[in-house]
Every structure is written in structure tokens, then in C-alpha cells.
Design a protein around this ligand. Sequence first.
Ligand SMILES: CC(C)(COP(=O)(O)OP(=O)(O)OC[C@H]1O[C@@H](n2cnc3c(N)ncnc32)[C@H](O)[C@@H]1OP(=O)(O)O)[C@@H](O)C(=O)NCCC(=O)NCCS
Length: 254
Amino acid sequence: MWQTKISKVEPDHIVTRGYRQENLIGTVPFASVFFLLIKGEMPDEKEAKMIDAIITSSIDHSVTPPSTHAARIVASAGVPLPSAVAAGILAVGDVHGGAIEDGARILQEWVKLMNKNEWSFEQTAQKLLADLKEQRRRMPGFGHRLHKNDPRTKRLYEMADDLKISKEHMKLSLALKEEFAKGKALPINVDGAIAAIISDMGFDWKLGKAFFLIGRCAGLIAHVYEEMTTQKPMRRMCEQEVTYDGPWERDLTE
Ligand SMILES: CC(C)(COP(=O)(O)OP(=O)(O)OC[C@H]1O[C@@H](n2cnc3c(N)ncnc32)[C@H](O)[C@@H]1OP(=O)(O)O)[C@@H](O)C(=O)NCCC(=O)NCCS
């Protein structure tokens, strides 16, 4: 027996989280229906704006990220669009898109510790970074190869403040930024911003990668379509890009 609270389908009748599908269509924006699916309740006006902004912030980052690269290379081999998009999705992992999940987990755990021990944000940030340093780990959601001030973070944090969504997790992320600034200044990247905001919105950290995935899937579709319709098939590396550093040539008798 299968049980689900998500939707009910009967002949000529579809209900999603209690709402008739035909009433959602054309009335409730996609991002809000996504919120409804994963939270079980409709977002209020502020949450609806925030979730839409989060999805848009993840939508694309050009050809270079592993998922887009993978999707375009697979598309160039002549497979159907869903297979190429799936190849991109398969590249989303702990290092690409995964900082949202791990960042949200760490922020959620340390906000609990902070409240239990009545530490300040500054104390909590210091203890958290010392703990990560001891484990030789980096703080997910901080640093960026390209952006010194990730424009997506700035906008998301402005919105979270204006919409009064920002709470303890965002404050802790800003306290961490202050701590980093005492040594090597590191920006909060878009993954770190999403991690803090979804935590303040009450989402389980286990959903972290979902927010990246739902946005980036649209970007992957655009890239796969562009690859299929504008590029020569079968992308490959040229020989000059590959260095062989295996054993020297030898005869079978040796
Ligand atoms: C994104 C990332 C790979 C970019 O790295 P980069 O700008 O190329 O920087 P490097 O990996 O060369 O690191 C430079 C220094 O900053 C430190 N650093 C970088 N990001 C750090 C982080 N998130 N936490 C702690 N220290 C960090 C490194 O330890 C290194 O220190 P060192 O010079 O004393 O050795 C890196 O910041 C990182 O691993 N971040 C965490 C994962 C993450 O958020 N990923 C999502 C990216 S959108």
C-alpha cells in the first residue's frame, strides 16, 4: 500500500495538498506551488516572493559549472533532451550545489547550540569556525572563485530583510562573514545565502539541494537546447588538452 499526502488523482479530478489543481492553474505562481508541495501549506505573500527569488537566483551560471558542462557535452552526443538534462542533474553533488544543504545543516545545528548555551552570534561564529578548523573543513556557502561580492547574495539578503524573513540563521551567517573578515575576507556566496534564508524560513536542511535543482533545471534545459540547435555535434577535447603521464612505452616481453 502506498500512502501520500502530496496529491490525489482520480478520474477527472486532481487535488494537490488539498487544493483542486484547476484552481491552482493560472492563479498561483509556480514557485508558490513548489513551496506548497514541499511544505504542505501555501506560502504567505512574503514567503511567495522570497521563494521565487531563491529559485531565480539559482537559475543559471553560464557554461562553466560541472552540471552545465556535463549536460552540454552529453547533448552534443546526440541523445534526447531529457537524457542530456539528466546528465547535468547527476553532476549536482556535495561540491556543486551541495553547499546549500551542508551550509543549512551547520547553521541549523549551531543556532540550536547557540540558543541552548545562550551564546552571542559572535561567540557562536568563533566557536563554529574553530570547530571546522579543527576538523580541517571549510564553511560551506563562503568564498567564490569569481565573485568577491556575489550580486545574488546582496539581492537575496536585501529582500529577506525587507520582507522580514531574516532571523537567526542569516544573522549567524553575517557573524561568520565578520569573523572571516578578521583574517581572509570571504564573501557569502549564493549557496550560503540560500542556506541561511531557507533555514530562517523553517525548511529542513535535507531539502537544501532541492532549491538549487529546481532553478538550475531550467538553466540546463536552455543550455541543452542551445547545444542541440546551434552547435556542431560531438564535442570533444583536442589532443593538445590531454597529457599522458602513464608508464613509458614498453614491449610485451618486458
Ligand atoms: C568556492 C571555493 C571553492 C572557491 O575557492 P577559491 O576562491 O578558489 O579559494 P581557494 O580554494 O584557493 O582558497 C583560498 C583560501 O581561502 C580559504 N577558504 C576558501 N573558502 C573557504 C571556506 N568556505 N571556509 C574556510 N576557508 C575557506 C582556503 O582554505 C584557502 O586558505 P589558505 O590560503 O590559507 O590555504 C571555496 O571558497 C570553497 O570551497 N567554499 C566552500 C564550498 C562552497 O561554498 N561552494 C559553493 C560555491 S558557489
